[in-house]
Design a protein. Structure first.
Lengths: 230, 230
DNA sequence: CTCCTCAGCTCCTCAGACAAGTGAGAATGG
DNA sequence: CCATTCTCACTTGTCTGAGGAGCTGAGGAG
């Protein structure tokens, strides 16, 4: 039994989240002066310095602006659309789930559109993943992600490619953690080689449904592992 | 003559600026562990609380990430990218294509997870879309998007919801244009009512494949229209 | 009416203390 | 000799108390 983490997030982040909700939720429109530090700290049940750090985090994100002697004011209601930060805050399983949907769709499109250049790139990435079977976890994860990125690139949709790139850092970290914690590769060095080969073959052959199902199999297995650990 | 401020900026901001320069200047690449709080505070000549607030501001901006007991780490060297702008620059068909993949996946999840509240919200949104059949194009598009947003919300994945929200503005504009240019609704006021009803029913019934295929039918029809016009 | 003073609010900064998590090396057991 | 467990130094997290400095509006002096 994997036992998820017990610890709650730091108080600072909880406080920042609560305040953020007030702002993005429209309760405190632009121009609002927030209640004083002592008041807010008491309301949220945290110390004054903790609250100050939470406010400072929001200021760093561009939501509020403190004015010495006058108060803290709301200057924006949207988090400046900072996706990397948002993804880092989110639960890994939620991120992975979205990645699954995006990439399965990409595989489908790739099977319809791949060019000869895409095919050679895919084969090279697949070879790279095999070559990394004996390497350390980090190198293996990088090779794995490179293959997946090649599939997405073959879909020939720049928005899709950019979106996948946004997910990469979080993915990389989560997968490296997963491998080092589970020791998954010790028994199966080339873990997932069959499904990945099937994926590349399906994209090459131009069969969308086969590509989608091969990829779905691989990703759902990993997602299951991630869920068990969190 | 505007006369700038005479007083120096708060120490917190000065400290944050100094640290930011170290990061964006490349002296501390991604993955670096910053010196400890006490060390940094001494080096910059400020108190520990002040330094902590400066670090918290950088964390809010997504540059660093503190890990309890371990240290503060650099996780990015530039203040994030602007997705809304990127989506606006991209081809509408590319955006719509990604939206299709994301939302079909969301529909699948929604069919597995929808709560009774989701179901009532879905029915209300469906009624809203019907009621807007006689309204102008803008109101109809808004009602349509509200229904789709309700489906995504029922998937109960915050990342997915946020991602869809990112697409909404571009979508809205493109669809309004499409309707006014094609005059599509003049002959079929409740355009797409059958497929949307089928979608809501499938999500309610909890049949992922049916929900996915109903939605795919609707979205691919629109995507085809978009392609023809561009 | 204008200007000044001032009290009461605000944020800013520091110091000190203790709690809690992490990781490496020492000590222990086989 | 190896693997496990324990210990400890070091890290960030949290709170409290104390002043410092800036802003704002009320009220008095001219």
């Amino acid at each position: 039994m994997p036992l998820g983490p017990v610890r709650p997030s730091p108080l600072v982040e909880q406080a920042a989240q609560r305040l953020r909700e007030q702002i993005t939720g429209g309760h405190w429109p632009v121009g609002t002066r927030l209640p004083g530090e002592t008041t807010l700290a008491k309301e949220l049940g945290v110390g004054r310095s903790t609250l100050r750090e939470a406010l400072r985090a929001l200021a760093g994100a561009g939501l509020v602006q403190p004015r010495h002697g006058s108060g803290v004011f709301v200057i924006a209601t949207e988090p400046a659309e900072d996706w990397p930060a948002r993804l880092r805050r989110a639960a890994v399983t939620d991120v992975y789930e979205v990645r699954l949907g995006v990439e399965v769709h990409a595989a489908r499109l790739a099977a319809q559109r791949r060019t000869p250049e895409d095919v050679t790139a895919l084969r090279a990435a697949l070879d790279g993943r095999r070559a990394a079977a004996d390497a350390d976890d980090t190198a293996f994860v990088d090779a794995d992600i490179a293959l997946h990125a090649a599939v997405v690139a073959a879909a020939r949709n720049p928005v899709l490619t950019a979106l996948f790139a946004e997910f990469t850092p979080v993915l990389r970290e989560a997968l490296i953690d997963l491998l080092s914690l589970t020791g998954l590769r010790e028994n199966h060095p080339g873990h997932g080689d069959e499904t990945h080969t099937a994926l590349v073959e399906a994209v090459t052959a131009g069969t969308p449904d086969a590509a989608a199902s091969a990829l779905r199999t691989d990703l759902e297995a990993t997602l299951k592992l991630l869920r068990e650990r969190s």
